[in-house]
Design a protein around this ligand. Structure first.
Ligand SMILES: [Zn+2]
Length: 216
């Protein structure tokens, strides 16, 4: 049954690491709670960097959340009287999260999705492109490039933990990644070298010329 009288829609908050996505998600959820709207928050189990039952940003702003194995589990866990559903770290879910968000919106629920739009290579991340396409509202946040100070849109991996090469499901805190702009971002940078060179030397300012052309 479609709930045409209910304001179901999808909002996506995307951007690089350190762009404040989770802070923005938490801000919107807290406003909904002030309005006495029941909220529920979900995130993939893979995001266990701080706490398994909270959505917590780098700035330690937190709100209760539930970790789920698969996006489909969300449909079963949303209560009848829930008005707002938050989904954090959505890039780590499989493609079915798109269908889940759509179904919730058709139920009349406000769905707020937060996630990385690009992985550390600067490529669209998992289901995020499709979520952006079907959303009613998209907010793209930016960080500050630690190399040149410009607006940063990319997440630069600066150290690869042992045994985790090739995986982009690398849930990082501040010591594994930094925000960079398009021109300072090095998708293929040698991680070990990056980790030993101080940023103040400006060793990574040169943009990969053909990389930009490939993206165009
Ligand atoms: Zn830069």
């Amino acid at each position: 049954m479609l709930h045409r009288h209910l304001p179901g829609f999808i909002e996506v908050i995307c951007g690089s690491m350190f762009s404040g996505k989770t802070e923005e998600l938490v801000r919107r959820l807290k406003r909904a709670q002030i309005a006495r709207q029941k909220t529920q928050v979900f995130k993939p189990v893979i995001d266990n960097r701080y706490s398994s039952d909270h959505v917590q940003s780098h700035d330690a702003n937190r709100i209760g959340s539930r970790a789920v194995d698969k996006a489909r589990d969300i449909l079963k866990l949303v209560d009848d009287n829930t008005r707002v559903v938050g989904i954090d770290e959505a890039q780590f879910f499989d493609e079915s999260v798109v269908d889940v968000a759509q179904k919730l919106a058709y139920r009349g629920i406000r769905v707020i999705v937060a996630g990385l739009d690009m992985d550390f290579r600067g490529l669209p991340f998992g289901p995020m492109p499709k979520l952006l396409a079907v959303a009613e509202q998209v907010t793209k946040l930016s960080a500050v490039c630690v190399v040149c100070g410009n607006v940063a849109s990319r997440s630069q991996r600066i150290a690869a933990p042992q045994g985790s090469e090739s995986t982009r499901i690398l849930v990082g805190a501040k010591d594994l990644y930094e925000a960079r702009c398009r021109f300072c971002h090095e998708p293929d940078a040698d991680a070990a070298m990056q980790a030993t060179l101080p940023m103040s030397l400006g060793v990574s300012v040169a943009p990969p010329a053909d990389e930009a052309e490939q993206r165009a």
